[in-house]
Design a protein around this ligand. Sequence first.
Ligand code: FES
Length: 102
Amino acid sequence: TRLIVTARDGSRHDVEAQDGLSVMEVLRPLGIGIAGECEGSAACASCHVWVDAAWLARLPEPEDAEADMLDCAFNTRAGSRLSCQLRVGPELDGLELAMPHA
Ligand code: FES
């Protein structure tokens, strides 16, 4: 499954993601600022990403824990999601997301 990620410096990364992993687990090794400090428990917001507007409606709604944590995250906007709560699968092929910045 292919993900297209824009880093804070504007560089774009075409990432081949293994199905079944969380998007956080795919992004963390890239070294573009995804820390994943709580290891995917929706408890730290260090995996916050901005999902492209065209993709938002195609993703499952955030569960309460994710929504609550996003309330505490910096630079949130309409497409904000916790990448640890997004599971890679064929339905995400071509997903575009960006690292949040001010
Ligand atoms: Fe902590 Fe996603 S890794 S909220």
